[in-house]
Design a binder for this molecule. Structure first.
Ligand code: NAD
Length: 447
């Protein structure tokens, strides 16, 4: 398929990254970008900063860096804004989060971090039970939506930004099922006016962003933009959206291991996943209603990768359990255990144990950067609505209603790279590779 219509415009001027939620992930992300800009640390884990992309045949030896291939915003052109119900600036919040080493990675850039001060949040404790905010907007939902739109415009003007993107790094909200209030824009707007409980604050940020033409990504599992009213609005206005839930830690491991087991047709009997973590996110997820939102997001991954309906002999009725336990001593340094019971030749049982001593925000920060830069690219390319090619970064990828979500990390990666090739008018890579052999065979046979 050729692309004549969606060639990206160059990335000129400043790109503002707006972050609802100035907690562990956001501050680790902001600090990381600033440290990288000053040459004090490396942005490892970022596909936009380190990834390469093969073009043409293997014999062509063309594999530029992704950032030299597609026009992406430079780190030096990024500016940051945030909202949070807690008034602490990025410096204090980074100290509280306890992710980064104070003397190595926070104090040297304290002057910069202190300039990122959260705007008052559109916040209601009924959606995040464990938090009590004081830096909050007055009024109710319609007033909050209007105020968020005003914040967006003011931020853009005050910071001389050419473009903006928004990435939700706020807490996981309580579980809400998509219903009539989310079915159409009319119903959604009426529900805002009626202050309906079905409208969570994260939906108001998404709505404000789309109305202002700002691409939006959701790093948490709550619905936010993933409702028909907002995906249709994004499509109609040509605003790219992506979500949900950053793919880090245990789910990242799951989407690496499960496709491998399936590729080799090894059976699965059970997969037990448990986590201990002690950061604020862990505390929020200690509330059963917020955990339910997260659990839904984590559970569906294996079903979609393993396709039990196609391989009933191997994957029907496998037992899958996910637990998250709040355990303060660990802070942000999470421990995720997986006990995986598999079956091989003649049904012989085998076990795999994974003990991932990971750092949640260290894994999430590069995803914030990559989603922001790729969404900005999508916007400059004229792509609107759901950006399924960004599923690579997400645990519960948003997708068109007629298809199932693609969870396999390696298919997601191919989709991402082929989308970049398509945008730049390069050939898709199928990995067929027969031409290297058939040409010789044909020549030998005198064809
Ligand atoms: N770190 C990871 O690996 C990872 C992976 C996937 C998803 N996530 C999600 O990313 C989000 C952020 O994680 P974190 O570790 O930074 O959590 P955190 O608790 O440190 O930060 C979240 C911040 O959001 C703020 N907040 C809550 N409601 C808000 C609202 N309505 N408006 C603005 N701000 C609001 C909170 O006050 C808090 O400061 C969470 O939802 C988490 O589940 C994190």
């Amino acid at each position: 398929m050729r692309n004549d219509q969606y060639t990206p415009r160059p990335a000129q001027g400043r790109l503002g990254i707006l972050l609802p939620g100035l907690g562990a992930v956001s501050t680790t992300f902001i600090a990381g970008v600033e440290l990288a800009r000053r040459g004090l640390a490396r942005p490892i884990g970022s596909v936009t900063q380190y990834g390469t992309i093969r073009l043409g045949k293997r014999t062509d030896k063309r594999s530029p860096r992704i950032k030299d291939f597609v026009p992406l915003a430079e780190l030096n052109d990024l500016v940051f804004g945030a909202w949070d119900p807690f008034p602490q600036d990025a410096y204090e919040s980074a100290l509280n989060a306890g992710v980064l080493d104070r003397f190595v990675h926070i104090e040297p850039i304290a002057d910069f971090l202190k300039t990122v001060k959260p705007m008052p949040a559109a916040f209601d404790q009924r959606y995040v039970k464990k938090l009590e905010g004081i830096n909050v907007k007055p009024g109710r939902k319609r007033a909050w939506a209007d105020a968020l739109r005003e914040d967006i415009r003011r931020f853009k003007a005050e910071n001389g930004c050419d473009r903006l993107v928004m990435v939700w790094c706020g807490s996981t909200e309580v579980y809400i099922k998509a219903g009539p209030a989310h079915a159409s824009l009319e119903a959604f707007e009426a529900a805002i006016d009626a202050d309906d409980d079905a409208i969570a604050p994260s939906m108001l940020y998404a709505y404000a962003a789309i109305m202002e033409g700002v691409p939006y990504a959701n790093g948490a599992p709550n619905l936010s933009a993933d409702i028909p009213a907002l995906t249709a609005l994004a499509q109609e206005r040509g605003v790219p959206v992506a979500g949900k839930d950053f793919k880090t830690g245990q789910t990242l491991m799951k989407t690496i291991i499960a496709p491998g087991l399936k590729a080799r047709m090894l059976g699965l009997e059970g997969w037990f996943s448990t986590n201990i973590l002690g950061n604020r996110d862990g505390e929020v997820l200690d509330d059963p209603e917020s955990f339910k939102t997260k659990e839904e997001s984590k559970l569906s991954v294996l079903e979609h990768i393993l396709q039990p309906e196609m391989y009933p002999d191997l994957y029907k009725n496998f037992y899958h359990k996910v637990r998250i336990n709040y355990y303060p001593p660990r802070g942000d340094a999470k421990e995720g255990w997986d006990a995986i019971d598999i079956r091989g030749w003649l049904d012989y049982p085998m076990q795999i144990k994974v003990d991932f001593l990971c750092r949640d925000s260290i894994l999430a920060a590069p995803i914030v950067l990559d989603l922001a830069l790729f969404l900005d690219l999508a916007s400059r390319s004229g792509l609107g609505g759901i950006q399924e090619w960004l599923s690579f970064f997400l645990k519960s990828p948003m997708h068109a209603p007629e298809v199932y979500p693609e969870h396999d990390l390696f298919i997601q990666q191919m989709k991402l790279k082929n989308t970049l090739r398509w945008l730049m008018g390069e050939e898709q890579i199928t990995h067929l590779g027969l031409e290297y052999y058939l040409a010789e065979a044909e020549a030998a046979a005198g064809i």
